[in-house]
Design a protein around this ligand. Structure first.
Ligand code: FAD
Length: 346
């Protein structure tokens, strides 16, 4: 690393609602944050998951709904208004064993940071069919989030398909019965992988039926979904089924590959936040916010909320450790630095 390389006070990795909210709070607290936004690829774009959706009806403050890309542009502008700096690259690896921490972007020189917020989100898993991805990205009735999209007028009273067989698929199917005429779960096996209680509740719901041993071979429709081409996984036979919406519920993949071995992760790859109602991670001075540490709520507003928490926690951590001074602090363990901020600063 060049000797004269600048050491950043706070680097925020990511560019969804968690990252921009953290940046707004950090910039207003004079922490001069640098946001490393990520770079465009087939399944991830700067701005996060909301870049793939149109009408957002459940983010407070927008009674008339707001377009996903518009919301993310506004969040970024708000962070930049207070002086947030940005780089549109991925962080490809990190070294949290040294302090200041080291972050390696894909193209630029290494960046040193006194504190880090990881807000890299998660990717919804898709089936990988061309028409599925096209209609998901164009607001054509294909979604990966029933809570987000189920209540949209386009889905009301329709036959809606849910693909999957785990707890998430059961939850999505049950939720959709509030709006749909009928919900059809399409599952490639002859039994669910979901917990027994969730499966029983789902099978007892009169508005839900299951197509067992069936997979989606294609999604039909030009501008909006009209049906599915289904394939029997036992006989190989194909047939078409009319549907007014498709909800893919086959899990999410957290964007934590670049953190492997550096932070404690759950078996599914989510960042572990060891303390309830805190965003501190297994490494002192590194915080996490949004879907990358939350496999339960996965909403824009909860991501924004934890982004706010992470910025406040980072600020208090730095104040507590005197990090803004030239000398690097003597770090305590994550365990010892947790507590009420007023206790920390006493
Ligand atoms: P994300 O939005 O996932 O953003 C993370 C970003 O970080 C990535 O896009 C990428 O640019 C960047 N990144 C990733 N890895 C790296 C790296 N190594 N280096 C640098 N940058 C990186 N929620 C709602 O509340 N309402 C809705 O109506 C709604 N609709 C949705 C519709 C769809 C189709 C989807 C997929 C999700 C929807 N959600 C909705 C959920 C919501 O989008 C997420 O909960 C929210 O975006 C999570 O925000 P986040 O900040 O944690 O991360």
């Amino acid at each position: 690393m060049p000797q004269d390389a600048r050491t950043e006070t706070l680097v925020i990795i990511g560019s969804g609602p968690a990252a921009w909210t953290a940046a707004v709070y950090a910039a207003r607290a004079n922490l001069d944050p640098l946001v490393i936004e990520g770079e465009p690829s087939r399944d991830m774009i700067p701005g996060g998951q909301l870049m793939y959706t149109t009408d957002i009806e459940n983010f407070p403050g927008f009674p008339e709904a707001i377009d996903g890309q518009d919301l993310m542009r506004r969040m970024k502008e708000q962070a930049e208004r207070f002086g947030t700096r940005t780089i549109m690259e991925n962080v490809s690896s990190v070294d949290f064993t040294t302090y200041p921490f080291v972050l390696r972007p894909s193209y630029s020189d290494e960046i040193r940071a006194k504190s880090v917020i990881v807000a890299t989100g998660a990717r919804a898993n898709w089936l990988g069919l061309d028409n599925e991805i096209r209609l998901a990205h164009s607001g054509g009735g294909v979604s990966a989030c029933a809570v987000c999209d189920g209540a949209l007028p386009a889905f009301r009273g329709k036959t809606l398909a849910v693909v999957g067989g785990g707890d998430t698929a059961m939850e999505e199917a049950n939720y959709l019965t509030k709006f749909a005429g009928e919900v059809v779960i399409i599952h490639r096996r002859d039994s669910f992988r979901a917990s027994r209680i969730m499966a029983e509740r789902t099978l007892a719901n009169p508005k839900i039926r299951v197509e067992w041993n069936t997979q989606v071979a294609d999604v039909l429709g030009d501008d909006f979904i009209t049906g599915l081409r289904l394939k029997d996984t036992v006989t190989g036979e194909e047939r078409d089924m009319e549907v007014g919406g498709l909800f893919v519920a086959i899990g999410h993949t957290p964007n934590t590959q670049f953190l492997q071995g550096s932070l404690d992760l759950t078996p599914s790859g989510y960042v572990v936040a060891p303390h309830a109602w805190r965003t501190a991670t297994s490494v002192d001075g590194v915080f996490a916010a949004g879907d990358v540490m939350d496999d339960y709520y996965r909403q824009a507003i909860t991501a924004a909320g934890t982004g706010c928490m992470a910025a406040l926690e980072a600020e208090r951590w730095m104040a507590h450790h005197g990090v803004s001074e030239a000398e690097p602090p003597v770090l305590e363990t994550a365990e010892s630095s947790i507590g009420h901020p007023e206790e920390q600063m006493a």
